[in-house]
Ligand binder design. Structure first.
Ligand SMILES: *Cc1c(COP(=O)(O)O)cnc(C)c1O
Length: 452
């Protein structure tokens, strides 16, 4: 290790507070410091290369250092990097809004920009809440709460955590959070019955909640098709469609959080399309710029938007904004990302590769420690268990999943655990052989760690 490398690692341990990380343990480990990326690969400062099996936290679409995406950002830098959307407009944010309105499902036609998925969610929640107040503050005086799913994840700001359902992130902040109503989520591996029965049960639960509480509910927020952070929990077919139907029936706004599943991840450009769900509000983030720059967007339907129109004195204005809203560099990257997805026929390619992945994943089912293998498009979760029959987990202190991902890293593949689940989130444009290598490496790592 050179002095420079050593010094960087030391500064990292001394000064950088990493997200979701127990720093007491982190500073005793050898940090992975990424220096550059190329296609499917990440390179660290010591020159080691790794296949990026988590798409750099679920964001990367076309691979690292893509010359066309780079060029689009360069071109924009040479023009202007940032001006504000408060009181003025800018070219890339206009063109991107038009493109998003064209490609998103239903009649979503209004785009509110922000820079991180959690903010896109906060904005959707505030719009949904104010929508009812703008329409009729007396009639809808009580529509002040939200329904979300058990184990839901919608980001880490206080409002987004409020509609989250993961106890681990919730517990400590509980006094700061607003109330929500929790509805059950279909998790076939750990529930009794067929997926159809489980889905029907969950929808019954939702309907009885709505029957009782709809006058208090402004909106329902859901991660369509797959609950990502909960451990890649794939919902049975028809569940989203049922949820959308119930929202309509009980006059509750449907908010689809496609921050993780949007932009091709599940095999269609947007996950909501697969069940013809037409959200009133849609949250986008992560893959929107191809994973190059931070950007998020909240889309609203014509119906929602029009409730905010009125005379200045009526106070129907949406009082919300962020300093970097509509940033030109980020919007240019997003525009190019959308263009390249179309040009490179990426959606068809993802559908084909999902089948390649499914075939490879079959081999993992032979391992004693693999309880469940879940997949939707190029979103993969492998639930690790101590006992396949009882589905019991390994003791938490063993950190078995952490050992597995470290073993995979030694073999040149980066993947991440979510609780007891090893997740594989390949770069969407990754060639077949890299995808196969990642799955094969995870197979070896699980075997090495759990079978010795
Ligand atoms: C990642 C994620 C978010 C939060 O996005 P950030 O950019 O991390 O704020 C929100 N919702 C879902 C479903 C996510 O996966």
């Amino acid at each position: 290790m050179t002095n420079h490398t050593q010094q960087l690692k030391q500064y990292d341990k001394t000064h950088v507070w990493h997200p979701f990380t127990q720093m007491k343990h982190y500073i005793n480990e050898d940090p992975l410091v990424i220096e550059r990326g190329e296609g499917s690969y990440l390179f660290d400062i010591e020159g080691n290369k790794y296949l990026d099996g988590y798409a750099s936290l679920w964001v990367n679409v076309h691979g690292h250092n893509d010359s066309e995406l780079n060029q689009a950002i360069h071109n924009q830098i040479e023009t202007i990097s940032h001006s504000t959307l408060l009181g003025s407009a800018n070219v890339p944010s206009i063109l991107l809004a038009k493109a998003l309105a064209d490609i998103t499902p239903g009649d979503l036609s209004k785009v509110f920009y922000s820079d991180t998925g959690a903010a896109a969610v906060e904005i959707a929640l505030k719009i949904a809440y104010q929508y009812w107040k703008n329409i009729d503050p007396v009639k809808y005086a009580e529509k002040n709460t939200f329904i979300s799913l058990k184990e839901a994840y919608h980001g880490d700001t206080v409002g987004a955590v409020s509609v989250g359902g993961m106890a681990l992130y919730h517990r400590i902040f509980h006094p700061l959070l607003f109330d929500r109503i929790e509805t059950s989520a279909p998790y076939p591996y750990r529930m009794d019955g067929t997926p159809e029965e489980i889905s029907a049960r969950c929808l019954d639960n939702l309907e009885s909640l709505l029957k009782q509480h709809h006058h208090k509910v402004a909106g329902l927020i859901i991660e369509p098709l797959v609950q990502g952070a909960a451990g890649i929990i794939v919902h049975p077919e028809g569940f989203l469609k049922g949820v959308a139907r119930l929202c309509k029936k009980y006059n509750v706004l449907l908010i689809c959080d496609e921050v993780a599943v949007g932009f091709g991840r599940t095999g269609s450009l947007f996950a909501s399309e697969q069940e013809e769900a037409e959200p009133d509000l849609l949250c986008l983030g992560k893959g929107i710029t191809g994973g190059y720059l931070p950007l998020a967007a909240t889309l609203a339907s014509e119906k929602v938007y029009s409730a905010f129109l009125g005379e200045a004195s009526e106070d129907k204005t949406f009082y919300h904004g962020h300093t970097y809203t509509g940033n030109q560099l980020a919007c240019s990257a997003a525009l190019k990302n959308i263009e390249l997805i179309r040009e490179r026929q990426l959606i068809q390619d993802i559908q084909r590769k999902a089948l390649v992945a499914a075939r490879e994943l079959e081999k993992l089912k032979g391992l004693a420690a693999v309880g469940d293998v879940r997949q939707k498009g190029l979103m993969i979760g492998i639930e690790i268990v101590k006992d396949q029959k009882t589905k019991a987990l390994f003791p938490r202190d063993m950190q078995i999943e952490h050992q597995i991902i470290l073993d995979a890293r030694k073999r040149g593949v980066i993947v991440r655990p979510l609780g007891p689940v090893i997740t594989i989130m390949p770069i969407l444009a990754m060639p077949d052989e890299h995808l196969i290598e990642i799955i094969d490496t995870v197979h070896r790592a699980i075997k090495a760690v759990t079978e010795g």
